[in-house]
Design a binder for this molecule. Structure first.
Ligand code: YH5
Length: 303
């Protein structure tokens, strides 16, 4: 794919360059990470982890306080605010890159936008009552993701007649709904939602056909990092053992048109994408193709 050298996404005043693939580093603030042993997030440790990811090559940090893993239980508004807002308030003045908030709750969106986040990353594509309005009033970008079902049960029996067409139609519908709510298309990022109500086969079809979503004229974000599909494909039970598979998948996604890759392992992904970026300009372009070269028939003609 060709990257537009003038392209960037305006994240409420901070720019996310899109003239090369951008790495979104995951900062997960659920109690299993960065907790001080109890139920509170250790803000300093979380901020240090974010700054390390920026140092490793992350162009944006995604901060989330609700687990949306398969089977995860919902979290209340106050709990999510308590996890996310102190970290955003500590991180935003200490970094220059945009920060996104991974949430579906309008109350969390509003508080995070007030703290200065530049993107709302919503796995429910602003479907909660009041979510469209919460984002519309801001200068932030938004990521609209596809999910079938709800996190507690989405992996029980994912079902599609044609997964690529159905995800495409859903995202096209959500763009229209967002535009109707006053969110201009230039603020919208799309995500097919790997692992969110999808079997391994569905995920592979989406990855192989990612280019189809580029038709919708918005940057494509993918979240493949450490997901269960690699457990199945490579026989890796522990998420930490899925790094190589995740890096390979991020690279394939970029080759198929993804512009933002959401990952846990920033340094490893940055190395893989540096190799890609070095090879990419050497690829033959349409204008480089010989227009009047000899035909095969000419070459094999005997005289
Ligand atoms: C995403 O794809 N995913 S949270 C299960 C795992 C590993 C990782 C162990 N937020 C996405 O990262 N936002 C999440 O198996 C997201 N796209 C966007 N836009 C789930 C996650 C994970 C789940």
């Amino acid at each position: 794919m060709d990257f537009d050298t003038t392209a960037y996404l305006d994240c409420a005043g901070r720019r996310l360059r899109l003239d090369r693939p951008a790495i979104m580093g995951v900062l997960n603030l659920t109690p299993d990470s960065f907790s001080d042993g109890g139920r509170y997030v250790d803000v300093d440790t979380a901020v240090a982890a974010a700054l390390q990811m920026i140092d490793d090559g992350a162009a944006i940090i995604d901060v989330g306080g609700e687990s949306t893993r398969p089977g995860a239980q919902p979290v209340g508004i106050d709990e999510e605010l308590e996890r996310v807002i102190p970290v955003l308030e500590a991180l935003l003045p200490r970094c220059a890159v945009p920060v996104s908030v991974d949430t579906s709750k309008p109350e969390v969106m509003r508080a995070a936008l007030k703290a200065g986040v530049g993107m709302v990353n919503d796995v429910r594509a602003l479907s909660a009552e009041g979510a469209m309005a919460a984002v519309s009033d801001s200068g932030a970008a938004v990521c609209l993701m596809h999910m079938q079902g709800i996190p507690q049960t989405m992996q029980h029996s994912p079902d599609y007649a044609e997964v690529v067409a159905e995800v495409h139609r859903y995202l096209a519908d959500r763009i229209l709904a967002a535009e109707f709510a006053g969110i201009e298309r230039k603020r919208i990022v799309l995500d097919p939602g790997f692992g969110f109500g999808k079997t391994l086969d569905h995920n592979l079809s989406l990855l192989a056909n990612l280019q189809r979503f580029a038709e919708l004229d918005c940057p494509i974000l993918v979240g493949l990092s450490r997901k269960s599909m690699f457990g199945e494909l490579c026989g890796r039970q522990a998420p930490a053992d899925r790094v190589s598979a995740s890096v390979a998948a991020a690279l394939i996604a970029v080759q198929h048109g993804a512009t933002i890759v959401r990952v846990h392992d920033v340094a490893a992904t940055a190395d893989a994408l540096a190799v890609w970026a070095a090879v990419e300009p050497k690829r033959p372009r349409l204008q480089d193709a010989p227009s009047k070269g000899p035909s095969l028939a000419d070459l094999f003609e005997d005289d």
